[in-house]
Each structure stands twice: as C-alpha cells, then as structure tokens.
Write a protein that binds this ligand. Structure first.
Ligand code: NAI
Length: 340
C-alpha cells in the first residue's frame, strides 16, 4: 500500500507562524529593492534572522527568482515575492519593518548627491506606499543620498498625515562598521570589541567619526586621527573605485543593514539598551536631521542621545558637516515642495 499523497500546497503560500522559533514574537519585514546588489544578500541575511516570521521581497525586476532562491533556505521566515508597482501594496500591507535599498548606486567619479534625481523619485513613491499600507511600520532607509532621502521620506509621511519621527531611520551602520574595522586595524585588536560613534550624516565630510569617544578608551596620534578620519569618510569611494564601474558597497552594506534591522527588531520585541547610530529627526544640533547614537525601542528611535564631549578637531569637523548637511536636507525638502 502506498501512502495517500498529502495535499499539495501552492508554492510560497506556507502559512506564516505568528510566533517565531522558541515562542519569541515574529515580525513581518519587507525589503524594497530586494533584487539589487544590496537587496539580495540583505534578503538572505533577513531570512536567517529568527525574529522574522514573514519576509516580503519587492523590486521592479527579478523578484520571482530571488524569492524562489531565498525561500529554499530552511529557516523559519516565510518568503513571498512581489514584482512591480501593481504589487507594491500587497508587499507592504501588514509589515512591521520596511527596509529600503532601492535605487541607483554610485559609479567612479560620482558623489552620492549625483544620485539625487533618480533616487528621490523612487524613495518618494515607495514611501507613499508605506504611508498607505503600513503607516505604523518602522522604516530603515538605505537609498542614497541618505542625507536628502530621509528628509524626502519625512515630507511624504507629513503630507499623508502619518509622520512619526521615531519610525524613520536613515541607515548609517556601514560608516560605523568601517570605523570599527579601521580603528581595530590601527589598535591591533578584534573589531568586534570596538565601538566608534559616527555622527552627522552619510556622505563625505558629513561622516564624522568621534575618535575621542572610541570604546574601549584609547588615544591616537595626530597622524592616526587624520588617516582614520579620511579613510572612514572615503570608505564608500574606496569600494566604488575598487569595483571600477560595477557599483558600490553591497556585501558590507547588506551586513550592516541586517545588523541594524536586527537591532530594530530586538528593540521592537522589547529588549532594553539597544543603541545604534542612525540619521534621524533630531534636536541635537540646529539641523532638523542628524546622525547620533539613538536608543531604539518598541516605537523606533525612542531617544536621540547627545553628541557627548568633542575635541577641537571634531568641533571643526562638525561645523563642516553641518554646512553640507543643511544643503542636502533643504534639497530633499525642496524636491517634495516643488509641485505643491
Ligand atoms: P543596485 O542597482 O544593485 O540595486 C538597486 C535595486 O533597486 C535594483 O534591483 C532595482 O531594480 C531596484 N529598484 C529601482 N527602482 C525601484 C523601485 N521604484 N522600487 C523598487 N525597487 C527599485 O544598487 P545597490 O548597490 O543595491 O544600491 C542601492 C542603493 O543603496 C543605492 O542608492 C546606493 O547608493 C545605496 N547605498 C547606501 C549605503 C548606505 O550606507 N546607506 C551604502 C551603499 C549603497
């Protein structure tokens, strides 16, 4: 006697567990731009995260292939793919966390601001979808220029009446990862034991590592400070040039985004003491947006932490960063207000 066949389930429709493994809460996460250089490894890393019960992968190209591929990993999250603007609403409905790496990356010779014209519109349309379909989701925005795209997203949410500054976070974790790596190299210690606060924004001189506040406490020579500051500020360009036209940081960025996304999910679960650097609405300086350490909680960026004591070199860097940041923020706001 052969066993009677089990009813076949339609591919990709396994019902989502409402609790992830071990009784922990499971969260619904969407990656927008999931078929891209960052999006693919980020989707893989989020599929590995035990806090994720449902993973929605959205892009305007190639999501069926990426979804089929990632869905065969035997981890808890149920993976579903969504292709093109007609499926954006389905991709976003019910999501707790939306991670956005959609948009063009840099090529050699380009600044992040050169991406503005293309990526501003992409971020606007995706955030309009968030406002409509999952207005309470926490948004992790990766698309460059982050210094301008976060203000654009804030304006979209304001227009929709859904804006909560705590729920909009610009991802600057890669700057911190680079800073930790380069500082660890100089100190000759394991990068996992190093924590460098990186404040300001995410482009050139707006990336301001606070080398006077490195953990573990340590001191650097003036030459080391100059080398480290420049290398951290130019880390992205180092990768763009090494890739020679094939794009910008994708693997290290996916790693950084997965780390930041995991921190958001742990905080949403109720873990205490989750602190990460992020570019958020802030009253730390006179600028409306600024990256500093933030304490993450169930509602997102629950507390924006102060800059802490700066030395003369960092104070001078802060002035340069603020000047450029102000222009980038205004450019984002102007983009949103030009038609109204
Ligand atoms: P990529 O070109 O490899 O992938 C971008 C993906 O976005 C593509 O699959 C594309 O189809 C998709 N896309 C385009 N328009 C879309 C739309 N309207 N809706 C959904 N998806 C759309 O680029 P990559 O390397 O993955 O970079 C993505 C973005 O991340 C770039 O803007 C890049 O500058 C930025 N980035 C940010 C970093 C940060 O630290 N915040 C670091 C590195 C890159």
């Amino acid at each position: 006697l052969s066993p009677s066949p089990r009813p076949q389930m339609e591919e990709g429709v396994r019902p989502a567990p409402c609790r992830a493994k071990g009784g922990a809460p499971g969260f619904k996460v969407a990656v927008l731009g999931a078929a891209g250089g960052i999006g693919q490894p980020l989707s893989l890393l989020m599929k590995l995260n035990p806090l994720v019960s449902v993973l929605h992968l959205y892009d305007v190209v190639n999501t069926p292939g990426v979804t089929a591929d990632v869905s065969h990993m035997d981890t808890t999250a149920v993976v579903r793919g969504f292709l093109g603007p007609n499926q954006l609403e389905a991709a976003l409905t019910g999501m707790d966390l939306v991670i956005i790496p959609a948009g063009l990356p840099r090529k050699p010779g380009m600044t992040r601001d050169d991406l503005f014209n293309k990526n501003a519109g992409i971020v606007r349309s995706l955030c309009e979808g968030v406002a409509k379909c999952c207005p309470n989701a926490i948004v992790n925005l990766i698309s460059n220029p982050v210094n301008s795209t976060v203000p654009i997203a804030a304006e979209v949410f304001k227009k929709a009446g859904t804006y909560d500054p705590k729920r909009l976070l610009g991802v600057t974790t890669l700057d911190v990862a680079r800073a930790n790596t380069f500082v660890a190299e100089v100190l000759g210690i394991d990068p996992k034991d190093v924590n460098v606060p990186v404040v300001g924004g995410h482009a050139g001189v707006t990336i301001l590592p606070l080398l006077s506040q490195v953990h573990p406490p340590c001191s650097f020579t003036p030459d080391e400070i100059s080398y480290l500051t420049k290398r951290i500020q130019n880390g992205g360009t180092e990768v763009v040039e090494a890739k020679a036209g094939a794009g910008s940081a994708t693997l290290s960025m996916a790693f950084a985004a997965a780390k930041f996304g995991d921190a958001c999910l742990r905080a949403m679960r109720g873990d205490a003491g989750v602190v990460e650097c992020s570019y958020v609405a802030s009253a730390v300086t006179e600028l409306p947006f600024f990256a500093t350490k933030v304490r993450l909680g169930r509602a997102g960026a629950e507390e924006v932490l102060p800059l802490g004591p700066l030395n003369d070199f960092e104070r001078a860097g802060l002035e340069m960063a603020k000047k450029e940041l102000m222009e980038s923020i205004q450019k984002g706001i102007d983009f949103m207000n030009k038609d109204s």
